[in-house]
Design a protein around this ligand. Structure first.
Ligand code: ARG
Length: 611
């Protein structure tokens, strides 16, 4: 079903020869529900006399299936008169047809229920033929999205904020790619700043060439800990009135960073080694999560010339001002009370996190001319990103309208048993181990898994991801290994279990695929089966909605709703043991459910398992 003609041909095969009315907002080739929407909207236009473009978007989803497949709130059409009476009148006037059952009114709403047989005949073939692409749309065709996520710091610990940014960013990348956006995945490393000076100074003291090559992230982390505790001890001595013999760690670090900013080769060579080795290690760990960045950029990569240019614009436009030798932006003076003040250049002329972000944004737009740029960063940096966007706006950088900050809340208690999280892989390892232990508890099922360690790793990753994406992004949550690795409740393992169970039905039924694809779908009649079908038909709408909310929970929630319907239908909608034609039709339904589940899981970043 690639073109409008295909849709029309399919409908005429199903006994509907009238041409399907065309609506700009409808995507009938990718979304079965839009076929029904188009028909209903056209009829309602005739009945109400209201403009088509007002009627179409007034056909909304319902919260629960007993309220219909689509619902229309009469007041949305802005017709004078008693809304209740109008609802009843319009429902009664709806002509008899093949698409929907006779509509009914409920208060000020008109409720529409799709004809379940036609819905099956349109939806199931669409799912089976589109396969991995069922749910996708073409809304991003010709458009480019730059998605910056993960953005870990070299030489500073990995924390829960990075975990969430990685998971949510990868999800958004999948989602936009799925809908035909050209996506550029960027990791903007924290690879610049005074902490590098600190690290370099410590490396010259206690660093080891060998350890650095073996596990750069681990070794740099150790140096980071040593350097910081030394610096802290010194600060305390100064506070206590002591004088230090020689230069302090902080002074040395500052001096070292100054050398880096001035482009001194020796200082840069060491820094570059740290960076390169860290990236190699990062790539391996991201690969474990099926993530491959297109670009490892970073704070260090922002051009000095760009920042100088930005500084000039800010000065010329009166955005920045001098303050005791430094340059600052006083947002209050520009009408942004809540944003306070921000330093954009230190007294010694060095740049800051914010300065580099300004330059980075300008360079990114210059280079990629993106239609959308997404920053996936913790809500702890809300202020930082608001300051950034506001400065860009004041500077007259129109592309700021294309930038969005996708934020998220905190995770409590993300620690491994040894207490320190050095990088992602220590978390993945630990959860995989816990997952393995949970799997072993069911001896029978465990025996059927050929490669338990690999499955434990895969399901463990699902556990972490689903825990992270279950709630709204902004919510905080506790990192709870016992809960996330459970096969019960709204967990990753539960989704994996649901998928494996569908695979097992397919194996046991052993019906050749071509017979499933040509099944007689009028045989899908049980209420549970129809309910499941109606839910499967919603998947493309769920994707469209997710593109608006940028909330993974929109999909996660849907998948839990769908898998719950599945588990309550197995008893009634049996495949194995049913009459052959009935078995084929039901298998077509379950194979459709498996496809939707698998597509949803993949978008979220999970790898569905078969056993
Ligand atoms: N590296 C930063 C951190 O760990 C996050 C970077 C976010 N992105 C940005 N463009 N500022 O806190």
């Amino acid at each position: 079903i690639g073109s409008l003609d295909d849709v029309q041909a399919m409908l005429s095969e199903l006994g509907i020869s009238e041409p399907l009315p065309a609506f700009e907002a409808a995507s009938v080739t990718t979304n079965p529900i839009d076929i029904f929407r188009s028909y209903i909207a056209e009829e309602m236009t005739k009945i109400t006399g209201v403009s088509r473009d007002l009627v179409y978007p007034a056909l909304e989803w319902t919260q629960t299936p007993d309220k219909g497949d689509l619902i229309m709130a009469v007041p949305r059409l802005r017709v004078k008169g008693d809304a209740k009476a109008l609802a009843a009148d319009w429902a009664a006037k709806f002509p008899e047809n093949k698409y929907i059952l006779p509509p009914s009114s409920a208060g000020t709403f008109v409720q529409f229920f799709f004809n379940p047989t036609l819905l099956a005949q349109i939806t199931i073939p669409s799912i089976l033929s589109k396969g991995l692409k069922y749910g996708a749309n073409h809304s991003g065709a010709g458009k480019k999205a730059l998605i910056e996520f993960s953005s870990v710091n070299i030489a500073k610990p990995f924390h829960a904020g990075h975990l969430r940014s990685t998971i949510i960013g990868a999800f958004l990348s999948n989602l936009y790619e799925y809908c035909d956006w050209e996506v550029i995945k960027m990791n903007y490393l924290g690879d610049w700043g005074k902490q590098f000076g600190l690290l370099a100074v410590q490396y010259e003291d206690t660093g080891s060439e060998e350890k650095l090559n073996e596990d750069p992230i681990q070794h740099l982390f150790e140096l980071y800990v040593e350097a910081n505790s030394k610096a802290k001890a010194e600060e305390e001595r100064i506070k206590a009135g002591e004088t230090l013999e020689g230069e302090s760690m902080n002074d040395k670090a500052r001096a070292y960073f100054k050398k880096m900013e001035d482009g001194e080769e020796q200082a840069l060579t060491l820094w570059k080694r740290f960076r390169d080795l860290s990236i190699v290690k990062c790539e391996k760990v991201y690969a474990r999560l099926n993530i491959k960045f297109d670009i490892y950029s970073g704070e260090s990569q922002v051009g000095g010339d760009t920042m100088a240019k930005a500084s000039q614009i800010m000065e010329d436009k009166g955005i920045s001002e001098n303050s005791e030798g430094a340059k600052i932006v006083d947002f209050v003076k520009h009408g942004h009370k809540k944003l306070g003040k921000a330093i954009i250049q230190k007294k010694d002329g060095t740049t800051l996190y914010l300065t580099r972000d300004i330059g980075a944004a300008m360079e990114r737009y210059e280079k990629y001319k993106f239609d959308k740029m997404i920053y996936v960063v913790s809500s702890q940096q809300d202020l930082h990103l608001q300051q950034l966007f506001t400065i860009l706006k004041l500077m007259g950088m129109d592309f700021v309208e294309k930038c969005i900050h996708i934020n998220f809340g905190l995770v409590a208690g993300m620690k491994t048993r040894s207490g320190e999280v050095v990088f992602l892989d220590s978390i993945l390892d630990e959860v995989a181990e816990a997952m393995h232990a949970v799997m072993k508890k069911n001896e029978d099922k465990y025996k059927q898994v050929e490669n338990p360690e690999e499955v434990a790793d895969t399901v463990g990753k699902s556990a972490i991801m689903i825990q992270d994406m279950s709630g709204k992004r902004i919510n905080n949550y506790p990192f709870d290994i016992t809960r996330m690795t459970s096969f019960e409740g709204d967990t990753g393992p539960y989704l994996q279990y649901a998928h494996a169970r569908l695979c097992s039905i397919l194996r046991k039924a052993n019906i050749p695929m071509p017979l499933i694809h040509t099944a007689d779908l009028t045989l899908i009649t049980e209420p549970q089966a129809v309910l499941l079908l109606r839910t499967l038909a919603q998947f493309p709408d769920v994707i469209t909605n997710t593109l608006k909310t940028n909330e993974p929970t929109t999909i996660v929630n849907y998948l839990f709703k769908m898998t719950q319907l599945l588990s309550s239908s197995y008893e009634v909608v049996k495949v194995v043991g049913s009459e052959e034609n009935v078995a084929r039709a039901r298998m077509a339904l379950f194979e459709s459910a498996r496809t939707v589940l698998s597509n949803g899981m993949r978008l979220l970043g999970l790898t569905p398992v078969e056993r």
